[in-house]
Design a protein around this ligand. Structure first.
Ligand code: ZN
Length: 120
């Protein structure tokens, strides 16, 4: 039995790729098109597109992590930890090939690494 970050359960083992802190598929689908709070590491690209290194293509939206009740609803990848952290609000467009949320930014501001750590 696997419990997702949203509290929903799955009886089958979805495998090693699953972000256990993350949201189940139903919760993700329900959030697409909604305004959400996000956490991002690194300066967002001006274009509003992010580059996906797995699929070698651009994806609409800036990749970031969905924040729910002040906590990141995913496991943050270690290589992002040294980058400048940002929080903001945006419209969730979907999820990228790296399983990250893709967001159209409405507002964004820098936060300290310490503050970002407390959200994880
Ligand atoms: Zn769920």
């Amino acid at each position: 039995m696997t419990t997702y970050g949203c509290g929903h359960k799955r009886s089958w083992n979805p495998g090693a790729d699953l972000h256990l802190k993350g949201l189940c598929w139903d919760c993700r689908k329900a959030m697409v098109g909604q305004e959400i709070e996000f956490l991002r590491f690194g300066k967002p690209p001006e274009s509003g597109y992010s580059y996906n290194y797995q699929s070698n293509r651009n994806e609409a939206g800036v990749s970031c992590y969905v924040v729910i009740n002040g906590k990141v609803a995913a496991t943050v990848r270690g290589e992002f930890e040294d980058r400048q952290a940002y929080i903001g609000r945006g419209i969730l467009l979907g999820f990228g090939g790296d399983d990250e949320a893709l967001v159209q930014i409405i507002s964004i501001r820098k936060i300290s690494g310490k503050k970002a750590d407390r959200m994880r």
